[in-house]
Ligand binder design. Structure first.
Ligand SMILES: [Cu+2]
Length: 205
């Protein structure tokens, strides 16, 4: 039953790593790139080719003549500030994209929105699955690369593990290329893998 404990430990380490990766992929988008949030920038052009996911950040950087209004489609289309649901004017506004859907932002300074200082982005689900276009049906499940081993099945263990109580039975595993000299060494390698993954996780953070 010792093998079970070790494989559980390794599986836990793997799950920890897998759980961290998507969180690390949240992106901070500086609106307008180097041109930031200002007059004379084509924001429909800036949006092209970019993917905005739930959890990403839109960062608006701008001078004191500008501001950011969160608005509706009507507010965006008509540059109508009476539609605004929030107003930011601190010069460095970070807006987290909390839900999927289409978002609308305009500069409320008179004339700026009409001259193109307006932004709309389509936010998609957080999972890094297939980048589906916004209008298609969001029914495709996230595609996992390959087929992961079933839970509880330790990777590359000997087909017939030694019975508990006889630790020194030299049965080399058939699936791993370099056969260790004993079953106990095989167990030790699993411990080392598990420990190094946990250590790597710790260093990574
Ligand atoms: Cu402006």
């Amino acid at each position: 039953m010792a093998m079970n404990g070790f494989s559980k430990m390794a599986a836990t380490a793997i799950l920890l790593v897998l759980a961290i990766v998507p969180a690390a992929m949240a992106v901070n988008h500086t609106v307008g790139g180097a041109e930031e949030w200002s007059s004379g920038v084509d924001y429909t052009d800036w949006v092209k080719g970019k993917t905005f996911r739930v959890g990403d950040i839109l960062e608006f950087k701008y001078g004191s003549s500008h501001a950011v209004d969160v608005t509706t489609k009507a507010g965006y289309d008509n540059c109508d500030t009476s539609e605004s649901t929030a107003n930011h004017f601190d010069g460095d506004t970070k807006i987290e994209l909390k839900t999927a859907g289409t978002k609308y932002y305009i500069c409320p300074t008179p004339g700026h929105c009409q001259n193109g200082m307006k932004l709309t982005v389509t936010v998609v689900a957080a999972s890094p699955a297939t980048p589906t276009p916004p209008s298609s049906t969001p029914g495709t499940p996230p595609s996992t690369p390959g087929s992961p081993p079933a839970a509880g099945t330790p990777p590359s263990t000997p087909d017939s593990p030694p019975p508990a109580g006889t630790p020194a039975t030299p049965t080399p595993p058939t699936s791993s290329p370099p056969p260790p000299s004993g079953a106990s060494k095989g167990v030790m390698s699993y411990v080392l893998v598990g420990v190094s993954m946990v250590l790597g996780y710790g260093l990574w953070m």
